[in-house]
Ligand binder design. Structure first.
Ligand SMILES: CC(C)(COP(=O)(O)OP(=O)(O)OC[C@H]1O[C@@H](n2cnc3c(N)ncnc32)[C@H](O)[C@@H]1OP(=O)(O)O)[C@@H](O)C(=O)NCCC(=O)NCCS
Length: 157
C-alpha cells in the first residue's frame, strides 16, 4: 500500500484518536500499568487532537485510510502512533522523515522527542540519542535528541 504523508484536517480527529487508543491498549499496555494507559486514553480524545492542531503541526500517514500520526511543535516531536495492523512497514520512519525535513526548513538544528518505553528502540534506530529520562503523568519517558543538517541539505519530499 502506497503511503503519503499529509497535514491534519478536523475530520481526521476521530480516526487519529482511534489509532492512539488502539496503540495504548494493545501495544503500550505491555510496558505501562493500566492506570497510566487509562489516563492517556482519557487524554487523547478526538476533541483533544482538534485543540492540539491549533499549536502543533499534526501529520498523518494515509494509504487507503489513515494509518499513523505524528506531531511537531517547533523542534519537539509529539504523539507518534502507527495503527498496530500496519506496524513494522516503515510508516513511523516515513512520518519522522517528514517532521525532520519540515523542522530543518524552519531552521532548527536538532529534534527532541519524549519517547515511551515502547518506542525507545524505534527512536534509537532512527539515530536519536538519549539525553535523560523524565517521569511524567504518562509514566517514564526517554528524552532523546537528533542533530539535523542545515536546511539546504534537506531533500524535497
Ligand atoms: C513506535 C512506532 C511508532 C513505530 O512505528 P512503525 O511504523 O512500526 O516503525 P517503522 O516500521 O517505521 O520502523 C523503523 C525502524 O525502527 C525499528 N523499530 C520499530 N519499532 C521498534 C521498537 N519498538 N524497538 C526497536 N526498533 C524498532 C524497525 O525495525 C525499523 O528498523 P529498520 O529500518 O532497520 O527495518 C509504533 O510501533 C507505535 O505506534 N507504537 C506504539 C505507540 C507508541 O509507543 N508511540 C510512541 C509514543 S512516544
Amino acid at each position: 500500500m502506497a503511503i503519503r504523508v499529509r497535514l491534519f484536517r478536523p475530520g481526521d480527529a476521530p480516526r487519529i484518536a482511534e489509532i492512539v487508543q488502539r496503540c495504548l491498549r494493545d501495544v503500550n499496555s505491555r510496558d505501562y500499568p493500566q492506570h497510566i494507559i487509562d489516563t492517556m486514553c482519557a487524554h487523547f480524545t478526538a476533541e483533544r487532537f482538534i485543540e492540539l492542531s491549533a499549536s502543533r503541526l499534526i501529520y498523518l500517514a494515509e494509504g487507503d485510510r489513515v494509518v499513523g500520526t505524528v506531531s511537531r511543535e517547533g523542534n519537539k516531536v509529539y504523539t507518534m502512533f502507527v495503527d498496530p495492523d500496519f506496524a513494522a512497514q516503515g510508516i513511523g520512519r516515513q512520518l519522522m522523515q517528514q517532521v525532520e525535513v519540515s523542522a530543518m526548513r524552519d531552521g532548527y538544528d536538532h529534534m527532541e522527542t519524549g519517547a515511551s518505553i515502547t518506542a525507545h528502540g524505534f527512536y534509537l534506530r532512527l539515530g536519536y540519542t538519549d539525553v535523560r529520562t523524565s517521569e511524567t503523568e504518562f509514566g517514564l519517558n526517554y528524552i532523546l535528541r537528533k542533530a539535523l543538517p542545515p536546511a539546504q541539505a534537506a531533500r524535497p519530499l
